[in-house]
Design a protein around this ligand. Structure first.
Ligand SMILES: Cc1cc2nc3c(=O)[nH]c(=O)nc-3n(C[C@H](O)[C@H](O)[C@H](O)COP(=O)(O)OP(=O)(O)OC[C@H]3O[C@@H](n4cnc5c(N)ncnc54)[C@H](O)[C@@H]3O)c2cc1C
Length: 289
């Protein structure tokens, strides 16, 4: 690994100033992606900015009206240890327990998963399904972005030079809402998804009032299938309708072939995972029969 300078600021303003003063600086949260990439030479930097000591990036706050705020650098195990997350966002508690294994979860963060912008990132389709928004801070101040607009392509995100991701905000669960993320991996753990799907359904009086679906590993970036949600809104939560929505997901998928699976297999899986995620989300709907 090439040598780099290192700083660990304890305030957001200090972090933003350091990012501005060191063009090309790379934030470090858990380092489970960054350190691997620096060591292999896939990424370079002369300045690493450790963001783990900044309070705003390490918060976890739940409010029944406004929802959940998770600091971008908070480790997966800390998210999974939260009673509020288990009670109100069971699918989030589940997905953070799937990132790598126990040692990885001790370091890896939601912010790192987002900023690394891997098409296979497991938390992102779920965050899209949950309707999360991101708080981003830079020299010109703060801005907010819907999570589905954050990843632009493999390893590319929407952060401007000098900006840091501060936190992820997830709306409070609605009455009748259920959510799920499912993935297919070749091994039981510590592997990259061949395909995955995150879904959220809200069902009131037997009718779907809100639906969001997103896929992993089947496009250059986590894929928000907006048209599937549009189709489902106003429909009944039947397997037949889930199959039709899954067909829209399959049509939207633009997978590649690699060592884990061919493009054709991933195209097939797009529909399978989408349908299963919608069914799983429906089973979690709070008023589901
Ligand atoms: C053995 C192993 C197993 C893994 N298993 C999985 C898995 O099952 N599923 C999965 O999705 N991923 C997996 N990963 C990938 C990785 O663990 C995750 O992507 C993790 O969430 C990254 O978080 P981190 O805090 O370690 O990020 P870091 O490595 O610290 O950072 C990742 C990238 O984001 C940038 N960054 C970090 N924080 C910020 C911020 N606040 N603002 C701006 N930029 C920032 C960094 O500069 C870097 O480019 C695995 C990795 C390993 C090594």
């Amino acid at each position: 690994m090439k040598p780099f300078d290192y700083a660990a600021p304890v305030s957001l303003s200090e972090a933003v100033a350091l990012m501005g003063a060191h063009p090309g600086a790379r934030p470090l949260a858990g380092g489970t992606d960054l350190l691997v990439q620096l060591r292999s030479g896939r990424k370079q930097t002369g300045f690493v900015l450790d963001v783990k000591r900044i309070p705003e990036l390490n918060q976890l706050h739940y409010d029944a009206v406004t929802g959940l705020t998770v600091g971008a650098a908070l480790a997966c195990y800390q998210i999974g240890a939260s009673d509020a997350v288990h009670e109100h966002y069971p699918s989030l508690a589940e997905v953070v327990s799937w990132i790598g294994g126990t040692p990885i979860q001790g370091r890896a963060s939601l912010g790192g998963n987002l900023c690394n912008a891997a098409p296979s990132a497991d938390t992102i389709p779920l965050l899209i399904a949950l309707g999360a928004t991101l708080r981003i801070e830079g020299a010109t101040g703060e801005r907010r972005l819907p999570v589905e607009e954050f990843c632009l392509g493999p390893g590319q995100n929407a952060l401007l030079p000098g900006e840091v991701l501060v936190s992820i905000h997830i709306p409070a669960p609605r009455p009748g809402q259920g959510t799920a993320y499912l993935r297919l991996i070749p091994r039981n753990e510590m592997d990259i998804a061949v395909a995955g799907a995150g879904a959220s359904l809200t069902v009131v009086d037997g009718v779907i009032t809100e639906a969001r679906l997103a896929l992993s590993s089947v496009a250059p970036r986590p894929l928000f299938v907006e048209e599937a949600g549009e189709f489902l809104r106003g429909q009944r939560p039947t397997e037949e309708n889930f199959v039709s929505a899954a067909a829209l997901a399959q049509a939207a998928a633009r997978p590649i072939s690699d060592m884990r699976g061919s493009a054709e297999y991933r195209k097939h899986l797009s529909a399978v995972m989408a349908r299963r995620a919608l069914s799983a989300a429906y089973r979690r709907c709070t008023h589901a029969a």
